[in-house]
Design a protein around this ligand. Structure first.
Ligand SMILES: *Cc1c(COP(=O)(O)O)cnc(C)c1O
Length: 361
């Protein structure tokens, strides 16, 4: 029985994509070979890599200065790769401390240069995105557009406010391709594929080539973005299968259009938050204006026996084939991740389960 998958990552993928990937495991592009056993230098896979990179450019409407790479090591490797490529030891980068992942990025950057914190919501358990920032002259400004664990997200409005003259670097791991924003504003965008774009193992990096080559430290080849650009993202063996499935997902996104996906994400999130807000049992856990469209975090109202009801609700939804809504291990409560591939019917099923559960109490 197919489950309704609300896991935060690795996460739900479109059904069509899974079927195409399944077929390619048997016979990839009519080669008589599995995608898992083919050379990354074969013309069939080189085509996939080229198309995937081109499709990112097209979907994000990127200008000619932007280069698209599919690397490995996850978003976490970008936490150190970025300062190593962009920041000299005596230079400063500004970071927004809006969640666990943002914090991890800060910790790594401190190994390679000076870090200035523009704002932090850590003392409030990252339950909001600060509205006042303290800026200093910086080599780049780093933000996490969606905080996967806490369920907060920079709104389109806030992102629009950021000035183009700052060199913006964004971790978009959990909301990449979820909305129609000005992607050209960023000098560097990165995302682990496994939240909203594909399976684990591929990491998307979009970088403005003009910002590279300005640090004085020696860079190992695998760390140097310029090497990967020069070699068309094939300096070493890429994660063939993960890139392939990411490409299938990108084609699925194009088929629907980013605008339609964004509208659908808005509808899904509005529906789920509306159900939480009118519930007598549940409540949202973050500031309303900062609610994420991707990771909807909620808990049991404090007047109730939280622990018992949480446990009961998890069992209740499991019986309806709903999985993956347990909150992050250090946060507790619930988190429903409703990425691009989650159909509206999946959200409807969760909303229905919440209402029915409430009737049983
Ligand atoms: C999941 C996540 C990461 C970590 O990704 P890995 O690919 O596991 O390294 C980093 N940033 C954000 C926003 C995430 O959601």
């Amino acid at each position: 029985m197919k489950k309704i998958n609300f896991y935060s990552g690795p996460a739900i993928l479109p059904e069509e994509v899974l079927l195409q990937a399944q077929a390619a495991i048997q016979d990839f592009a009519g080669t008589g070979l599995s995608i898992l056993e083919i050379s990354h230098r074969s013309k069939e896979f080189v085509h996939v890599m080229e198309e995937a990179r081109a499709l990112v450019k097209e979907l994000m409407q990127l200008d000619a200065d932007k280069e698209v790479l599919f690397l490995q090591g996850g978003a976490s490797s970008q936490f150190y790769m970025i300062p190593m490529n962009l920041l000299n030891e005596n230079e400063t980068a500004t970071y927004f401390d809006t969640g666990n992942w943002a914090h991890n990025a800060i910790v790594e950057a401190k190994n390679f240069g000076q870090v200035h914190i523009a704002c932090s919501s850590k003392a409030q358990s990252y339950n909001h995105i600060p509205k006042h920032y303290d800026f200093v002259d910086s080599k780049y400004v780093h933000l996490t557009t969606n905080n996967t664990i806490y369920g907060t997200q920079f709104s389109n409005l806030q992102l629009n406010d950021f000035k183009k003259e700052w060199s913006l670097v964004a971790d978009m791991s959990s909301d990449i391709f979820s909305r129609d924003i000005d992607y050209n504003k960023y000098d560097l965008i990165y995302a682990g594929a496994q939240k909203n774009m594909g399976p684990a193992g591929a990491t998307l990096v979009v970088v403005n080539k003009n910002i590279l080559g300005k640090v004085n430290r020696a860079l190992p080849k695998m760390i140097d973005y310029r090497v990967h650009i020069e070699k068309d993202s094939m300096y070493n063996t890429p994660s063939v299968f993960a890139v392939y499935v990411s490409w299938l997902t990108l084609k699925w996104i194009k088929g629907k259009s980013l605008k339609d996906i964004a509208a659908s994400n808005q509808r899904k999130a509005d529906k789920l938050y509306a159900a939480i807000d009118k519930s007598g049992v549940f409540e949202g856990t973050v500031a309303k204006g900062d609610r994420s469209q991707m990771n909807v975090c909620f808990g049991v109202k404090p007047v109730l026996d939280k622990t018992m009801i949480e446990e009961q609700f998890l069992q209740f939804v499991a019986a309806q084939n709903i999985v993956g809504i347990k909150g992050y291990r250090t946060v507790g409560g619930f988190r429903a991740s409703i990425y691009n591939a989650m159909p509206e019917s999946g959200v409807d099923a969760l909303v229905e389960a919440m209402a029915e559960f409430e009737r049983t109490l």
